[in-house]
Ligand binder design. Structure first.
Ligand code: ATP
Ligand code: MG
Length: 324
């Protein structure tokens, strides 16, 4: 078993304003070196906030209330949760150790700099000469599927389509070969062939340089193709976790059962797609007890109390009273 790279312990993240409420509650998980992990869940369940907390980039008003985010480097364990957003400590981490591809490329690219410079900049910053940095940037641009890299190098972000901006972001994230890539819906803006190419590239870097990834997605087919382990999140909590194959074949939590049942499947022929009733609750109106219980078809009286986190089969964990 590979060594641990990142560990999140008892992480609670709050919105702090006139009223305060938790967005993420008591989150626990770890990522091993080279692990292929995916984080899935419906819109609004807290996937992006979890990712931003690891990068020290939480939006204004949202803060870590409790818990730890620990990142292992060869010499030391870094307490990421304790670094302020602009702390110089991040220079050693962002890009070099942990990179992120954001869900919204247009807000994360600098509109005043050419895309080529934005990709090559970290290398120049680290002392690489401009010509070598440019050559390496062109190579990675080609790998992420940007056509005619030498032309695109001198363009500005607004001159590119959303899909191309997404690929520029990926090139920026990968140029320093980080030990962990966090990819937040990296392929939603892309067409199917480009999507497949990007996922291939992420897999290739995983195999070649042992880069671990945390792939955030709604798409269970992508999870099945790319990831080995999986975390299912709902309303700011983890409800199920384990190997992708086990979870997709034998989902335990009614929430994951529902997500899988709503997928189009060849076996089901032309039957209508089932969609799950109800919506993810807003963070300020979370139910007591099991957060999924108001939508759950198997709801019992005891579900008004919080279920414990339990290993039901080897490595397959669930939070649900059905398995007590
Ligand atoms: N800047 C913000 N200020 C206040 N609340 C926020 C902010 N950003 C997110 N939230 C709230 O935090 C919760 C989790 O949001 P998050 O963006 O992490 O969801 P997500 O799982 O990434 O959803 P999606 O799949 O749509 O990207 C949501 O209820 C959202 O309304
Ligand atoms: Mg998101």
């Amino acid at each position: 078993m590979e060594k641990e790279l990142l560990r999140i312990k008892g992480l609670t993240i709050e919105f702090q304003g006139e009223i305060s409420y938790p967005i993420i509650r008591n989150l626990e998980f770890s990522i091993r070196k080279g692990e292929k992990l995916s984080l899935v869940g419906e819109s609004g369940c807290g996937k992006t906030i979890t990712a931003l907390s690891i990068m020290g980039l939480l939006p204004y008003g949202i803060k870590i209330k409790e818990g730890e985010i620990l990142f292992h480097t060869p010499g030391e364990i870094l307490p990421l949760h304790s670094f302020s957003p602009n702390s110089p400590e991040w220079l050693k981490i962002r890009g070099k150790e942990i990179s992120m591809v954001f869900q919204e490329p247009s807000v994360s690219l600098n509109p005043t700099m050419t895309v080529g410079y934005q990709i090559a900049e970290p290398l120049i910053y680290l002392g690489c000469n401009r010509k070598d940095a440019r050559d390496r940037a062109l190579r990675i641009m080609e790998k992420v599927g940007l056509p005619h890299p030498a032309d695109i190098y001198d363009r500005f972000p607004h001159e590119l389509s959303g899909g191309m901006q997404q690929r520029v972001m990926l090139a920026m994230a990968l140029i320093l070969e980080p030990s962990l890539l966090i990819a937040d819906e990296p392929t939603t803006a892309l067409d199917v062939t480009i999507q497949a190419g990007i996922l291939e590239l992420i897999k290739e870097l995983n195999e070649k340089i042992g880069m671990a990834f945390l792939l955030i997605t709604h798409d269970l087919c992508v999870v099945n193709d790319v990831a080995e382990d999986m975390i299912v999140m709902y309303a700011g909590e983890i409800l199920e976790q384990g190997k992708v194959q086990n979870l997709l074949k034998n989902p335990l939590q009614p929430y994951l059962k529902g997500l899988i049942a709503s997928l189009p499947s060849l076996r089901k022929g032309r039957k209508r797609l089932k969609s799950m009733k109800g919506n993810v609750p807003q963070p300020w109106e979370k139910p007591e007890g099991c957060v999924f219980s108001p939508r759950c078809a198997y709801r019992m009286n005891i579900c008004s109390r919080s279920p414990i986190w339990k290993e039901v089969e080897n490595g397959h964990w669930v939070r649900c009273w059905l398995y007590e």
